[in-house]
Each structure stands twice: as structure tokens, then as C-alpha cells.
Design a protein around this ligand. Structure first.
Ligand SMILES: Nc1ncnc2c1ncn2[C@@H]1O[C@H](COP(=O)(O)OP(=O)(O)OP(=O)(O)O)[C@@H](O)[C@H]1O
Length: 321
């Protein structure tokens, strides 16, 4: 049975009359990578601060590893790793010296320190450069050192706020690979990011924040179904009577949003890969099929479709439960 590592119930934070986080209900299970998405000012950082006990909720409750961060902030801090978007290190000290310095602030028995520091450096791929000054490190290396820093306390949960902002594509890919490795070790990760393709690449589930509310929550496929009508987009090119082809496609159980997008071009959404059914429909309508493609929907499309709907007032930005 899966274990809930993080749970909020109607968690709310107000700054005077301004509601920064509005009745947030969130559950993250052990071993999951959960992505927090949303435009600037949506409430992601405020949520993270409440999870860490760094700011007090106005109402509602939070449990992190079974602890209440408001009442037990130090216990939460000692068990949860937090990686801000930029980690401060002493440039003139080496990676090993920096980690040793920080590790001394944790309740780790002194004889175990060197081994714990080496192990953490190994896990983030910085063992080779352990004795180089951090001032010579690239931003990607500094971020990985930030992860090594949180790994020293053997956390079961790591919260990362925009961890790849400012990293070049290669460093970002390496960082994402490291997140996958941490997941394989069973570590739960909560990741806040604007970079949707990166979130899609590593997250099991995502939650979309809008004006303090979590308006969508689920796997990328679930969100695609809710917002776009299907997780799969099927595109085909076929010659023949457009009306006959469209009505044949409409008779297929499972197609939504069937559109003619150009001469002999048709696009539709589905919850499953229904390419064989699409091919059959074209043939039944007397058409000649030239091309048939399927794509899974990207988080970018879901995100922009959702905000377009909000703009046009076709969805209410109501919160999910
Ligand atoms: N200490 C504060 N006092 C007053 N308002 C605040 C305070 N901290 C945050 N806010 C407001 O609360 C809202 C949510 O901010 P928050 O930093 O949580 O958003 P975010 O989703 O993390 O955005 P970003 O991606 O820009 O970091 C914003 O409108 C912000 O201006």
C-alpha cells in the first residue's frame, strides 16, 4: 500500500486580504515525483514555505512525513531536503569542504561525516571534482552540489524550487537524470518549475496552480483528457469526400474534437491510440489513406489550452478536490 508523504487539507495563506494560497488539497505518495506548475505569483513558493514550516498557514492543515511543520519545523527541516533555485556556497572552499561544513550543522556523528560527504558527492556525480574550489564550478555543478547538500541528511522527501532555472540544456538534462536516479532510490520529490517539458519528462503527476488555487491535478494523460479531450492526437491525410470521411470518423467510439485542418488533413483527440480505427473509418468512407500519425499531448499544449479557456471564460478557475 502506498504511503502518503505529504498532505494538505484546505491549506490557505492570506497576506492581509490577499489570498496567496486558497484551500489547497494535495496528496503526494511515497516515491512519486510531483510537479507544481503555474504562472508567476500563482502561489507555488508560498505553498513550499508552508510545507517547510517557514511561513504559517492562515487556515487548513499540512502534514509532511506525518509531522506538522507549523508545530515541528525543526523535525521537518531535519528530514526534508529543500533545494532553492540558487544555493549559496563558499566559493573559496572546495566541494568537500563546503559539504563537510554544512554536514556539521546536522546531527551526524563526526566519525561518519567523511563517508557521508563522499557518498553524497558520488550520488550527484561530483566525486571527481570533490577537491576543486566551488568558485570554479558551473551553475549546473553548483545545483548538483545543492542536491548533495540535501542528501547528507538522508531525506525521504526533497522539495525543489525551480531547480533547473538558468541551466543550459545539457546541464538540465543531467539534472533531470539525477532526479530519476533519486526516484529509483525511493526518494519522493516535489518539484516547482516553469519549464513544462522538463516537468513532463520527470513527473508522475502534476498540479497546476492559478491565482492561489490548484485548478488541475493528475497525470499528464489525465490532464490532457480533461483539457484537450484526449491524451492522444491523431492526424491523418486522406483523399476522398471530406463529409463522408468526417462522418465515418464521428461514428468511431472514442474520437473527440474531429477537425479538418487542411486539404485532405484531419485531426482528432482520443483517450487511446485509435489509429487502426481511424484507418478503417477512412476506408469505409471510400477514402484513400496517405498518412496516419499519433502524438501524445504535451504539457505545454495543456497549459496554454487551459489558460486560453480561462481567458475566454469557458472554464471557471475553480479549485480541484
Ligand atoms: N510576504 C508577502 N507579503 C505579501 N504578499 C506576498 C508575500 N509573499 C508572496 N506574496 C504574494 O503572494 C502571491 C503568490 O506568491 P508566490 O511567491 O507563492 O508565487 P509563485 O507561484 O511561487 O510565483 P513565482 O513563480 O514567481 O515564484 C503573489 O501575488 C505574491 O506577490
Amino acid at each position: 500500500m502506498s504511503e502518503t508523504v505529504l498532505e494538505t487539507r484546505d491549506l490557505t495563506k492570506k497576506y492581509n486580504s490577499f489570498v496567496a494560497v486558497d484551500h489547497l488539497n494535495l496528496q503526494v505518495q511515497a516515491g512519486e515525483v510531483f510537479g507544481l506548475l503555474g504562472p508567476n505569483g500563482a502561489g507555488k513558493t508560498t505553498t513550499i514555505l508552508m510545507l517547510l514550516g517557514l511561513t504559517e498557514p492562515t487556515s487548513g492543515s499540512v502534514r509532511v512525513l506525518g509531522l506538522d511543520p507549523t508545530r515541528q519545523p525543526l523535525s521537518v527541516k531535519s528530514r526534508v531536503g529543500y533545494l532553492p533555485d540558487q544555493v549559496g556556497f563558499y566559493d573559496e572552499l572546495t566541494a568537500r569542504e563546503n559539504l563537510t561544513y554544512i554536514a556539521r550543522l546536522n546531527p551526524i556523528p563526526t566519525p561518519q561525516l567523511p563517508a557521508r560527504v563522499d557518498e553524497a558527492l558520488q550520488r550527484v556525480g561530483l566525486r571527481e571534482v570533490a577537491d576543486k574550489r566551488v568558485g570554479t564550478f558551473s551553475r549546473g555543478m553548483r545545483q548538483r552540489l545543492g542536491v548533495a547538500d540535501v542528501l547528507i541528511k538522508n531525506p525521504r522527501l526533497i522539495i525543489m524550487d525551480e531547480p533547473t532555472s538558468g541551466l543550459d540544456p545539457e546541464a538540465s538534462l543531467e539534472f533531470l537524470e539525477m532526479i530519476r536516479a533519486l526516484k529509483r532510490e525511493g526518494i519522493t520529490i516535489l518539484l516547482s518549475s516553469h519549464l513544462l517539458y522538463q516537468v513532463q519528462a520527470v513527473c508522475d503527476r502534476v498540479g497546476l496552480f492559478h491565482k492561489g488555487r490548484m485548478v488541475l491535478q493528475g497525470t499528464v494523460n489525465e490532464l490532457a483528457e480533461r483539457v484537450l479531450g484526449g491524451a492522444y492526437r491523431i492526424q491523418l491525410q486522406a483523399e476522398g469526400d471530406p463529409q463522408a470521411i468526417q462522418s465515418a470518423l464521428q461514428r468511431v467510439d472514442g474520437f473527440r474534437n474531429i477537425r479538418q485542418t487542411g486539404e485532405n488533413l484531419y485531426t482528432m483527440e482520443a483517450a487511446r491510440d485509435l489509429r487502426p480505427e481511424a484507418a478503417q473509418a477512412v476506408v469505409q468512407a471510400g477514402g484513400r489513406l496517405y498518412k496516419l500519425d499519433v502524438q501524445t499531448q504535451s504539457l505545454e499544449e495543456i497549459y496554454s489550452a487551459y489558460f486560453k479557456e480561462v481567458e475566454h471564460g469557458t472554464v471557471q478557475s475553480s479549485r480541484v478536490r
